[in-house]
Design a binder for this molecule. Structure first.
Ligand code: IVH
Length: 667
């Protein structure tokens, strides 16, 4: 066979195989036998082996992969992967519908309902017709490039009949496949996966793609990113367009002309949920008309134009064997239940939270009672109540702890608050939990130092404060002798600790564990004050000037810097090389909108969040309401009250184009 002949033949075979794939994996409607499929595949492989130039990225042979990766590369999503707010009952749904009516001014809103597939979300990017990226969600901004594994999902097309597309959906395992995998794992003496979702997640992040190929992952696609720009007007149309492009969509979706129809859909599917062959954990309700999305808007994490209705969590009854308190990094006491092990939604539950002492006392929960347990948000198990009807006569009344379970100091309770606190500043558990927080991913992001290691180092006296972390080298000889912690682990840990010295200020501020200073506040403070020295000299009034920083947060920050122990600890951190400055991603740009206050209103071409992020990354601030302090009102179409107010107050009003010009202007 000449090269030209081989080229022609391979194209033909490739098309044939993809067509069979589509029939089999997307339509569940095969038209050839497995043998015939394999024969053609073998022929194509043979041709490609002979002429390696003919191997193209979308060849079906490229799905057969033996690649073993060391680790996955990070992938930054061009458009953030948001999650959804939850509704738990009819009232929540009505509230959702009313909010949308209010925001759009429409008397009735149309929806598309879809099943909420219990898998993990992925984003696929097609460029020049080809699948070029398959990434996990990660934290929504940055995920992992798992393209090799995505290619093992046969229903996902490697080439599409459209030049570019970003599409999102859910990777899942069928219940049948899940059971099969677990059976095999059981036989091999491996631990079983708790549920199909965990199994799917474990598989998609599996470094050996031959293992992925063996486990039959599948995917439903449901989100056409930038659909409007491609002329698609509704979610319903978007799903149909995806089908046209030969993606697998979930067939159960439905157009609903109003919220009553949505409720009917939910009630129809709740009893059906266990007969689908794959797990779902609710129903996703999306406003159908895509033109309304910008007007309806977004919260920090969720679109307001969609909501996830969660099916009621399964409640089980089991025996309460014991109650014990534990202390967290802030000193807050939580109470925990030891349970007679019981299976809930796929996992064996042995412990659950009982929240605080009042929770137990109000319900008169006693050790030995039968209690109702459920998984809150289907994740964290919690006790709901006791079943008094079958209480043993001699069941003892329970009394709250008076002393810290760790350090035995007297617990305190602030008038009017439910929680008890350990106020001993040298309580060992508070310290180790604080250290764990300091090292955690969103704080200083120190890797290779587990909860166990921290506790061990603490007990040995090597690690009692944050600043001790930066001196651990001196215990090298001792630490590398730890069980399961060799030289390599030590080196990695130290490298990561050293890296953390160069973090930008917001990480440190969050890591320090200042009361009421969460990640978002830390970012605001860092951006505004630039260095920790600046921040430390501010008084409550100066701090409160920043939007979103209320008097309670401001007071807490001031208190923190007034405490001599904290001052000393900060001095030590500085002495050991920890930087205490804000590093904007781009220093030069960061100054551009400094001291500018923006208000955004109306319908813009992109979500509000987009403009918000942009303005903030250039050092500007966003306010909810127009006031005399507002520098610019960025106004899109259909702007209302805010526009009127800005005109009254003589605030400069700019449209999207003018905003872009402002951005592009030098200096
Ligand atoms: S839409 C911006 N539709 O549920 C909207 N999500 O809690 C993006 N999910 O992260 C989500 N089935 O992993 C959407 N039909 C569906 C879904 C679905 C499952 C998952 C998805 C998302 C999570 C939100």
């Amino acid at each position: 066979m000449t090269f030209e002949q081989a080229k022609k033949r391979s194209l033909l075979l490739k098309e044939q195989l993809e067509q069979w794939n589509y029939e089999y994996y997307v339509n569940d409607n095969p038209s050839v036998s497995d043998q015939e499929y394999d024969r053609v595949m073998q022929e194509l492989i043979a041709i490609e082996q002979r002429y390696s130039k003919l191997i193209i990225i979308d060849s079906p042979t490229q799905r057969v992969s033996g690649q073993v990766s060391k680790k996955f590369n990070k992938y930054v999503h061009t458009i953030q992967m948001l999650s959804l707010g939850n509704a738990f009952n009819y009232d929540d749904l009505i509230h959702f519908d009313e909010q949308i009516k209010e925001l759009t001014g429409f008397p009735e809103v149309e929806y598309t309902c879809e099943l909420k597939i219990d898998g993990l979300s992925i984003s696929l990017v097609y460029d020049n017709h080809l699948l070029v990226m398959g990434a996990t969600r990660g934290d929504g901004l940055t995920g992992e490039d798992v393209t090799v594994n995505i290619k093992q999902i046969k229903s996902i097309p490697l080439r599409i009949d459209q030049p570019t597309l970003t599409v999102r959906g859910e990777v899942y395992l069928s219940v049948e496949e899940f059971n099969k995998i677990n059976e095999e794992r059981g036989e091999n003496g491996e631990s079983e996966f708790a549920n199909p979702r965990n199994a799917a997640a474990g598989t998609l992040r599996q470094l050996d793609s031959t293992i992925v190929a063996k486990r039959k992952l599948n995917a439903f696609l449901y989100y056409y990113v930038n659909a409007l720009q491609d002329g698609i007007q509704s979610q319903y149309e978007a799903l149909q367009r995806l089908e046209q492009l030969k993606f697998k969509t979930n067939p159960e979706y439905r157009y609903c002309s109003n919220i009553a129809a949505v409720w009917a859909y939910i009630q129809e599917y709740e009893p059906k949920r266990h007969q689908l062959g794959y797990e779902i954990d609710g129903i996703v309700i999306k406003v159908n008309n895509l033109n309304l999305y910008n007007r309806i808007g977004y919260t920090a994490k969720n679109p307001k134009w969609a909501i996830a209705y969660k099916f009621p969590a399964k409640v089980v009854v089991t025996k309460l064997l014991n109650i014990f308190p534990s202390v967290g990094r802030t000193g807050r006491i939580t109470y925990n239940a030891v349970l007679d092990p019981v299976r809930i939604a796929g996992t064996i539950v042995r412990a659950a939270t009982l929240h605080n002492a009042d929770f137990i006392i109000e319900r008169d929960i006693r050790i030995g009672d039968n209690v109702q347990v459920k998984k809150a948000g289907d994740i964290i198990p919690e006790v709901i109540n006791c079943v008094v009807a079958c209480r043993q006569k001699n069941a003892q009344k329970w009394y709250e702890a008076t002393h810290c379970p760790e350090c035995n100091s007297l617990l305190e309770r602030v008038e009017g608050e439910v929680d008890q606190y350990c106020i001993n500043s040298v309580c060992s558990k508070k310290i180790t939990r604080g250290l764990e927080h300091y090292c955690s991913r969103n704080a200083m992001n120190i890797e290779g130092i587990s909860e166990k290691i921290i506790e061990r180092l603490f007990k040995l006296g090597y690690l009692k404060s944050f600043s001790n972390l930066y001196q651990l080298e001196q215990y090298r000889a001792e630490i590398i002798e730890f069980k399961n912690f060799g030289e390599k682990s030590f080196e990695n840990m130290i490298a990561s600790i050293n890296n953390s010295k160069n973090n930008s200020l917001e990480r440190l501020l969050f890591a320090l564990g200042i009361r009421h200073v969460g990640q978002k506040t830390a970012k605001l403070l860092a951006r505004q004050f630039k260095t920790i020295d600046n921040l430390a000299t501010m008084n409550i009034e100066q701090l409160s000037i920043i939007n979103d920083i209320g008097p309670i947060v401001a007071a807490s920050v001031v208190d923190y810097f007034a405490i001599p122990d904290n001052q000393q600890e900060l001095a030590l951190l500085r002495q050991r090389g920890v930087k205490m400055e804000y590093y904007a991603t781009n220093q030069h740009l960061a100054q551009k909108f400094e001291n500018y206050r923006f208000v955004i209103t109306g319908v813009l071409s992109k979500p509000r969040e987009y403009f918000k992020e942009l303005i903030e990354s250039y050092g500007g601030q966003i306010s909810e309401n127009v006031s005399a302090k507002t520098t610019y009102l960025l106004a899109g179409g259909y702007a209302g009250n805010k526009l009127v107010k800005a005109q009254k107050l003589n605030v400069k009003i700019i449209n999207e184009e003018e905003f872009q010009q402002l951005l592009n202007k030098g200096g």
